[in-house]
Design a protein around this ligand. Structure first.
Ligand code: DGJ
Length: 571
């Protein structure tokens, strides 16, 4: 109901004043509820969490902009149609503290409003990235009035050089400064209040709090406040989580705690040791507490879903060589305890071992969202999207620097997202259903190790009453020409013997599962698409050479596609 109809009702002559007020209040309630129904939120389905927008679940097929692009609406103008044509439904765009609060307490939301206008013009959504106190550890996106006042907004200090007292100042704001935290939280809350005022229709789906937090180049901050906190007791919430969490605690943290006597009280160095690993747990806790305060301030203004992103590390690096204390896999429990208002911990995955890293962020208390997945041109990126969404129930996926996709990357993302977009209703219905009696969907891609070794032996998975074996080497392509790290896809059960198979570079064989009727064949295999209304539009009926005379389903390596397959059993 709009304001006009409210006014018309109030003018009707036979209503009493009280009745009119009652009606107006009821109408207002409807308006508020309408806004709330449209407001993006997270909802649980089985073992998955889904993003619900306008009352409907949504799969985020996103792309993150390069860091500086969104600071100029003119610069971005030529890219919006390209992003739309690539089948993205969501753009991840930075909003920096320096742009929205150029003078303390004076806000300028023109850059945010420009983003909203441009996204809406393409019928796209946004995820906003709050570049507040920290962006990739550093504090370069803070306003000038913050940068220049190092008394009020002190710098973090790294470990003292030999012979020096007090540590070395970094261009990183201290996580121990209440002034900094409160100023950051005020600006963030102002941003969320602005979104509440101008975005009742839910163009903004989620907000990322800070960007890739973590201390450099030491494992912890030094200086009077940090040193005092380091000498203080480990908070009881964290100790209780360790004591009660059992096997659910990430193994590295549990091992560190146990190696120092599994203490239930004590100072940081006593509980976790005074080496880099112990210092990193300390750092994680204080970053988490800071981020919790900023998140809470934002949610008090407008409770959109919020997440933190993660700069991951390579094996063998020491904290401080990589951003120490960020929400890395071994510190997820510290962050979950210290920052309970943060909905999701979301890894930025640039390393080859995508499935291993992504897998660590799917936990009963954390749903997977991938805000940065390689630069958009990486050949394995689209396959990783299928895997994350199909196997790990990711609620969204987003390659980095998406606007700069060259022709090859643009074609690959367009095709992959085109398939995922049309499959979204089936994917969203199947996500999380494994906890409710049998797996309905599985994702497949070769496992790649950190050093880039591709393990592309076939893998097997039971879905419904059939056991599938999925190979990644295409039988009809010379082996030397195959880049199997870029192969991947998913299988969704849509009926008792019916499956959707989508992706590229997969060869699928099948057998009956669960009883002795193991022989299975293809009743029918049809390639096709779903139209915009979700209706199946069949293409070729595949048989003969296309199924190797009934022996397999083949998704060719050179294109993403969907096949609808009905199986049967025989003796
Ligand atoms: C991760 C950061 O979160 C991004 O903002 C960007 O700096 C990329 N790294 C660059 O690879």
């Amino acid at each position: 109901m709009d304001q006009g109809s409210l006014r018309n009702r109030a003018r009707r002559p036979r209503q009493t004043g009280a009745a009119a007020v009652g009606l107006a209040l009821a109408a207002l309630l409807l308006l508020v509820q309408g806004a709330a129904a449209g407001m993006p939120r997270l909802e649980t389905q089985g073992s998955a969490r889904r993003l619900v927008v306008d009352g409907e679940p949504m799969l985020v097929l996103g792309g993150e902009l390069g860091n500086s692009s969104a600071s100029s609406q003119a610069y971005m103008a030529k890219y919006w149609p390209k992003l739309k044509a690539m089948n993205l439904n969501t753009v991840l765009a930075p909003v920096s503290w320096e742009l929205i609060e150029p003078k303390e307490g004076v806000y300028d939301f023109s850059s945010v409003d420009g983003l909203l206008r441009d996204a809406r013009a393409q019928d796209m959504r946004l995820v906003l990235l709050w570049f507040g106190a920290w962006k990739n550890s550093m504090s370069t996106y803070v306003p000038s009035w913050v940068k220049r006042d190092d008394v009020r907004f002190p710098r973090a200090k790294s470990a003292p050089e030999p012979g020096q007292a007090g540590g070395v100042s970094q261009e990183i704001l201290s996580a121990f400064s209440v002034e900094t935290r409160d100023a950051d939280a005020r600006a963030y809350a102002a941003l969320l209040a602005h979104l509440k005022a101008v975005d009742a229709r839910g163009t903004v789906l989620m907000v990322q709090v800070e960007n890739e937090v973590g201390m450099l180049p030491s494992a912890r901050e030094w200086g009077p406040e940090a040193d005092a906190a380091w000498a203080g007791p480990v908070p009881s919430e964290l100790l209780e989580r360790l004591a009660n969490g059992g096997e659910a605690i990430e193994p590295e943290l549990r091992a560190l705690w146990k190696a120092h006597g599994a203490k239930t009280s004590g100072a940081w160095a006593q509980v976790f040791g005074d080496g880099d690993a112990g210092q990193e747990v300390f750092t994680a806790w204080f970053y988490a507490r800071y981020v919790e305060a900023v998140t809470r301030a934002g949610k008090a203004a407008y409770p959109l879903p919020m997440y933190v992103n993660v700069a991951l590390n390579r094996t063998g690096k020491a904290p401080g060589e990589y951003p120490s204390g960020g929400p890395l896999p071994h510190l997820i429990d510290v962050w979950k305890t210290g920052a309970p208002s943060v909905d999701l911990i979301s890894p930025d995955i640039y390393f080859p071992n995508f499935s291993d890293l992504a897998g660590r962020y799917k936990r009963p208390d954390n749903a997977l969202f991938i805000p940065e997945a390689n630069n958009v041109g990486a050949p394995e990126t689209p396959a990783n999207a299928f895997y994350a969404i199909g196997e790990l129930d990711a609620l969204g996926f987003s390659p980095f620097q998406v606007e700069n996709a060259d022709d090859t990357a643009q074609a690959a993302v367009t095709q992959a997202y085109g398939v995922l977009r049309r499959l979204a209703p089936a994917i969203l219905a199947a996500q999380g259903q494994d906890s409710q009696g049998g797996c309905k969907m599985s994702g497949f891609k070769p496992r790649v190790l950190e050093d880039g070794t591709v393990l592309d032996a076939p893998v097997s998975q039971t879905i419904g009453d059939y056991r599938f074996t999925v190979g990644f080497l295409d039988p009809w392509t010379p082996k030397a020409d195959q880049k199997t790290a870029g192969h991947g896809g998913l299988i969704i059960q849509i009926g008792p013997e019916e499956y959707l198979m989508a992706g590229r570079g997969l060869v699928v064989t099948f057998a009956g599962a669960g009883d002795d009727l193991a022989l299975a064949g293809i009743d029918s295999a049809v390639e096709g698409v779903f139209d915009a209304q979700g209706r199946w539009v069949p293409g070729r009926v595949l048989n003969g050479d296309q199924t190797h005379q009934g022996r397999h389903i083949r998704l060719p390596p050179d294109q993403f596609q969907i096949q609808r397959v009905k199986l049967y059993r025989y003796r």
